[in-house]
Design a protein around this ligand. Structure first.
Ligand SMILES: *Cc1c(COP(=O)(O)O)cnc(C)c1O
Length: 384
């Protein structure tokens, strides 16, 4: 039997116009930030996040750091974040001396549990950061209400959720600030990249300054001031137009990329439903009001041993599956810089040990998907 090629967990899709746009950006000599491709990419993004101002950034991590600067966080201020998320969701605020307060997630959607958020709020709470895990919308109505009564800003870490929706709104349009990632592992990617989306013109004007080293250089380039000066704290958060060229090509294929990812996600969900139900395996729940983005396909095995077993079983079949986030509240830096909300994060600790993600990339073939489905169905979790 010839050995089948390995199915990677994730592989960046190559957009057709990428090479041409990159060469054009290089040939045009406009390789710094905020060139013509940055404008094209930002305009395409605006259409997907319900308008507002979309500022391309060097990463989602940097977009989150910009939210911390925009919020003028001071030492001792608190920001409620999930424990079940990527480190940047908390690190961005700890960098400014604020205290990340870790709240637990719901066991079904794996997004923030509003009851845990409510319990974690104190008079020092300045922001609540929702992460739409896998592009499944958090309980945004409840979180917006909690934020409002706490006098805190709702931020969406929308790294997984470009093009998703909650009710009749796009994800990223409900929080005053939202962030996107175009890291190589995301649905739309340029290697390293991100964006900050703002819906308040005053905040957008400040964000433009923060992103340009704390200067009003953007206004200078528009001819609105005759020299630019240091205005406030900032950094260099704008990506080269060469990367924006890649991103423009990717965003132009957004519909096709998403259609392919949804087809794969739907195949997994349909073909594995009986197997999951028969073996005590749970799937991430997508609430009726949520339109997800097929960013990842997650299975919750009965226990850590069953997950290790399925990972090994798939690896033996040449299929790379993956675990996901390690809880932040019990991580070395989480313990040092943050604090856990009342009740702790027992759901996060539990799901982090049992969750497994199946391969999901736009370029997986029907045959690849069938191979994954067959391999998963051939695994029997349970007493070994
Ligand atoms: C990927 C990711 C980030 C960080 O994105 P970068 O663009 O790599 O900085 C932040 N938050 C979440 C939820 C992510 O998945």
């Amino acid at each position: 039997m010839t050995e089948l090629p390995e199915i990677p967990f994730s592989r960046p899709h190559r957009a057709a116009a990428e090479d041409r746009y990159v060469l054009d950006a290089l040939a045009g000599g406009r390789t710094a930030g905020d060139g013509p491709y940055t404008r094209r990419a930002a305009a395409l993004l605006g259409g997907l996040v319900g308008g507002g101002t979309a500022l391309l950034t060097t990463s989602c991590t940097h977009a989150l750091e910009m939210t911390a600067l925009l919020l003028d966080l001071a030492p001792g201020d608190e920001v409620v974040v999930p424990s079940f998320t990527f480190v940047s969701t908390a690190n961005a605020y700890a960098l400014r001396g604020a205290v990340p307060v870790f709240a637990d997630c719901r066991p079904d959607t794996l997004c923030l549990d509003p009851r845990a958020v409510e319990a974690a709020v104190t008079p020092r709470t300045r922001a609540i950061v929702a992460v739409h895990y896998g592009g499944v919308g958090s309980d945004l109505a409840a979180l917006a209400k909690i934020a409002e009564s706490a006098g805190a800003t709702l931020v969406e870490d929308n790294a997984h959720g470009l093009g998703g929706g909650y009710g009749d709104r796009p994800l990223g349009a409900i929080g005053a600030l939202s962030t996107l990632s175009f890291h190589a592992t995301k649905n739309i990617q340029c290697g390293e990249g991100g964006a900050l989306v703002l819906h308040d013109p005053a905040l957008a004007a400040r964000a433009e300054v923060i992103r340009e080293k704390g200067t009003d250089r953007s206004r200078f380039f528009r001819g609105e001031v005759d020299r630019y000066r240091w205005q406030e704290l900032g950094s260099s958060y704008l990506p080269s137009d060469i990367l924006a060229a890649v991103l423009t090509a990717q965003l132009e294929e957004f519909g096709a990329i998403q259609a392919r990812r949804h087809a794969i996600w739907d195949s997994y969900d349909r073909e594995l439903a009986d197997w999951a139900a028969g073996h005590g395996v749970a799937r991430q729940r997508v609430p009726a009001e949520s339109r997800h983005t097929a960013h990842l396909y997650a299975l919750l095995l009965p226990d850590a041993a069953a997950r290790a077993g399925l990972l090994a079983h798939l690896a033996a079949a040449g299929i790379r599956a993956a675990t996901h986030y390690q809880p932040l509240h019990s991580s070395p830096a989480g313990l040092r810089y943050g604090r856990v909300g009342p009740g702790g994060c027992p759901v996060t600790t539990d799901v982090a040990d049992r969750l497994l993600r199946l391969p999901l990339s736009a370029d997986l073939t029907e045959a690849d998907v069938a191979r994954v489905v067959t391999a998963v169905r051939g695994f029997r979790p349970g007493p070994s």
